[in-house]
Write a protein that binds this ligand. Structure first.
Ligand code: SF4
Length: 356
């Protein structure tokens, strides 16, 4: 019975996509379930998905990922493009750890501590209003693959950085850039600034947020994996604890991990510390090498996207085109919010592509 249901759902997705042809594009994040990935037109990290959405010819984009990803696609989409999320309840707990009021309060707190003209650098994993605040203050979005380049860009221009929301990515970036620990501070949800040095001479101020999926990995798991697979290379995501990153052989974004495993060639062994849907997919894509999760850790929000919710999105487009129903779970970001958030996203692309 399960097999029949599986076939039936896959067939429905396939037929609906065929009926809509090139008018619909279904990009999916690396952390999506395998039965979503197999229907995706493109699979990538949040940066790749946002850039691809901005260049897509399709009239409808169904973003299979969490809400901030669909928001980013809606911010960068053409005015005539419609962006849908299969399930608007798929949020990101880390993105929700800072809102506009919290970010504004943190910046006011830095100003009160004598920090001159901090540049907000907000992780792609943030909500549209926080991205818009960054854009309005000449700041930028960043991703795990370009955080070092974006932070360095502002430091080179004499602007200290307020980084939100992920403290681990901020601390790992500070280490990668060789920043003195006395120049790095944590900013609490009450606006408190914690660190060893004088904040007015600080270079990086990190909001105290985290990703629960990556925080689950422990040093004991690293030791056990090293014992079980001696000789394997350990690669972890920079949202992991800095101590764990220090013990690994490398850290990188999902795209970086995928490239390392692909380019490492057959016969190599890898232990990978990131979301499990992605790691297990890499293992099945590269059967000629060993790819083991550091431990199983799934993102429950990513897993809210199912074939049923994807079918609902596709059916709503069919109904919308025939005039018999509305688009379901459409995301629209408009006006100043869109302009300012787009400015922060474009700042990232310009920095990464060397145009600013
Ligand atoms: S894996 Fe972490 S950062 Fe990514 S969507 Fe889930 S909670 Fe958010």
């Amino acid at each position: 019975m399960n097999a029949t249901m599986t076939d039936d759902l896959d067939l429905r997705v396939k037929r609906l996509k065929e009926s809509l042809g090139g008018r619909v594009s279904v990009p999916a994040h690396h952390y999506q379930r395998p039965n979503i990935v197999r229907h995706a037109d493109l699979v990538g990290d949040s940066y790749r998905l946002a850039v691809a959405a901005s260049r897509s010819e399709a009239s409808y984009i169904i973003l299979c990922g969490v809400r901030f990803m669909a928001e980013s696609a809606a911010i960068l989409a053409r005015p005539d493009q419609r962006v849908l999320s299969p399930d608007l309840a798929a949020g990101c707990p880390m993105a929700d750890m800072i809102d506009l009021a919290g970010a504004s309060m943190a910046l006011a707190s830095l100003k009160a501590a004598g920090v001159a003209d901090p540049a907000p650098v907000v992780y792609m994993n943030s909500n549209a209003d926080v991205k818009a605040l960054a854009g309005s203050l000449g700041g930028s979005v960043c991703t795990s693959s370009n955080a070092s380049a974006v932070v360095r860009h502002y430091l080179d221009r004499g602007r200290p950085v307020f980084f939100a929301p992920d403290r681990n990515l901020a601390m790992n970036t500070a280490k990668r850039l060789g920043l003195d620990s006395g120049a790095v501070f944590l900013v609490g949800k009450d606006g408190s600034i914690r660190g060893q040095g004088d904040p007015s001479r600080g270079l990086l101020f990190a909001w105290d947020g985290f990703c629960h999926v990556h925080r689950r990995f422990t040093l004991d798991q690293v030791r056990a994996a090293r014992q079980k697979h001696p000789g394997a290379r350990l690669i972890v995501h920079p949202e992991c604890d800095p101590e764990l990153v220090d013990l690994s052989d490398d850290s990188g974004s999902t795209e970086g991990m995928q490239n390392a495993i692909r380019d490492g060639g057959p016969g190599r062994a890898w232990i990978v510390g990131t979301e499990s849907n992605f790691v297990l997919r890499l293992a099945s894509e590269y059967p000629d090498r060993t790819v083991e999760p550091l431990a199983l850790s799934y993102c429950p929000d990513m897993s809210l996207i199912t074939r049923e919710t994807l079918i609902c999105s596709l059916e709503s487009i069919v109904a919308f085109e025939s005039g018999s129903g509305p688009l379901v779970h459409e995301l629209r970001i408009e006006g100043q919010l869109r302009d300012q958030a787009a400015s922060a996203l474009r700042a990232m692309v310009d920095i990464v592509e060397g145009r600013s």
